[in-house]
Design a protein around this ligand. Structure first.
Ligand SMILES: Cc1ncc(COP(=O)(O)O)c(C=O)c1O
Length: 464
């Protein structure tokens, strides 16, 4: 008699509903069928859309005999990581006017007094400005750096606020946004706030994308909680509930925040509401120079003529942004990244999981990036070294094709422009579909109210 199968006792796992629905849709012969499954863009003919700019770049890559199939570094394609993080934080290839990597910028001599006295170091992805002694800090100082052939004033524009905190920005190429979330979660469970963080509360919105809970649980977190988000009665944001939960969360809890086009409600906080959220997540006291300690953050305030604030963090919740729809939500890359950039400008250390599945239509190429913003250059180096270890045991090193497509597009001003046009085509079509659906429902006098269809944004419409 054959021995019993080693797998005889394996229980049947339930299907992943959203993918099951898509499979059911494919098999259903009914011509009236409508696909409400996985969140992927479709054309008028219900077909996936290969962005024209992606087709073009694919050809370019195919014809480039310098490219090969060598392993990528564990942390991924350097140019991709740089441009992806720049995109989230407000620096674009277009703004830089360069076709290559934005960083390292060339420092011109002689420089402003500060840079000539302050150690500045660059790596392929990071800028580090470290001011060692408070004695060097002067009122109304302006830091300048050469980023695109001319001296830029670092602290004069929103796009440069990423480096206001004298911190580092680093990126880890990942398998889609999901991979970025997972690497971030694996890092946090090992290293955030000490070395054993299984008990650190993770807060996800109620409701949220169904994978958030699972990814953080799989990484080992035991205390996954929800924060108020959706107000069913008004079919909109429950801001007060959200703020209460932030206020009552244990210090250093981790909050997963949807950067834009909240999945599944399509309801985002307004900029004013984000400001309130940020102010509860990081409580700071202004300090005198004499009372600086290692948690002090130097923040230049561009709205106050380049004066700076010295602040001491009195309460902190860690923001882990999930940015799966930049550009895809409103058609505007800056608008959809507003919340992330605001938090960075407020001096937060944070993670941001970026997905290029939707805004590049590269669903099956699995392109993502985990942007890390840290306050201290040394920390960033160590964080990336630990992330490298985590990637090594997870997928060892990432695939090249999707990252090459994204990096080539973001680093070339013409391709970048074409891409923003393609993204806008998708976003505008979604907006049109929303208003037409609402108009049709209202014209048919369908019972209920339908304003939420146009008030919500992105691919999802939540009826509660
Ligand atoms: C909120 C959110 N995060 C992450 C993802 C995952 O993106 P990716 O397919 O790139 O892993 C999605 C995809 O639907 C999403 O909606």
């Amino acid at each position: 008699m054959a021995p019993p199968s080693m797998f005889a006792e394996v229980p049947q796992a339930p299907p992943v509903l959203v993918f099951k629905l898509t499979a059911d849709f494919r098999e259903d012969p009914d011509p009236r069928k409508v696909n409400l499954g996985v969140g992927a863009y479709r054309t008028d003919d219900s077909q996936p859309w290969v962005l024209p700019v992606v087709r073009k770049v694919e050809q370019k890559i195919a014809n480039d005999s310098n490219l090969n199939h060598e392993y990528l570094p564990i942390l991924g394609l350097s140019e991709f990581r740089t441009h992806a993080s720049c995109l989230a934080l407000g620096m674009t290839a277009q703004q830089s006017g360069r076709s290559g990597s934005l960083w390292p910028p060339k420092v011109q001599e002689p420089l402003d007094w500060m840079l000539s006295e302050v150690p500045v170091s660059f790596t392929s992805t990071n800028i580090c400005l470290r001011i060692p002694k408070p004695a060097l800090w002067k009122e109304n100082a302006v830091l300048q750096i050469d980023v695109n052939g001319k001296l830029e004033t670092l602290f004069s524009g929103f796009c440069w606020r990423a480096v206001l905190i004298l911190g580092w920005v680093g990126g880890v190429q990942s398998l889609g946004g999901t991979g970025a979330l997972r690497i971030g979660a694996e890092f946090l469970v090992r290293w955030y706030n000490g070395t054993n963080n299984k008990d650190t509360p993770i807060y996800v919105s109620s409701p949220t994308w169904e994978n958030h809970n699972a990814v953080f649980t799989a990484a080992g977190f035991k205390d996954i909680r929800t924060y108020h988000y959706w107000d069913a009665a008004k079919r909109g944001l429950d801001l007060q509930g959200f703020l209460n939960d932030l206020e009552n969360a244990p210090e250093f809890s981790i909050f997963v925040l949807h950067a834009c086009a909240h999945n599944p409600t399509g309801t985002d906080p307004t900029p004013e509401q984000w400001k309130e959220i940020a102010s509860v997540m990081k409580v700071t006291n202004c300090l005198s120079r004499a009372s600086l300690n290692k948690y002090s953050v130097l923040t230049f305030n561009v709205f106050r003529s380049h004066t700076y604030l010295l602040e001491n963090i009195a309460g902190f919740l860690f923001p882990f942004f999930d940015s799966a729809y930049q550009g895809f939500a409103s058609g505007n890359l800056e608008k959809d990244a507003w919340a992330i950039r605001y938090f960075v400008s407020e001096g937060f250390e944070l993670f941001c999981a970026q997905s290029f599945s939707k805004n590049f239509g590269l669903y099956n190429e699995r392109v993502g990036n985990l942007t890390v913003v840290a306050k201290e250059p040394d920390s960033m180096q160590r964080v990336l070294s630990q992330m490298e270890k985590i990637v090594r045991i997870t997928w060892s090193n990432p695939p090249a094709q999707g990252a090459r497509i994204v990096a080539t597009t973001l680093s070339n001003p013409e391709l970048f422009k074409e891409w923003t046009g393609n993204v806008k085509t998708m976003a505008d079509r979604i907006l049109t579909m929303r208003s037409e659906l609402r108009a049709r429902l209202e014209a048919l006098k369908t019972p209920g109210t339908w304003n939420h269809i146009t008030e919500q944004i992105g691919m999802f419409s939540f009826t509660g």
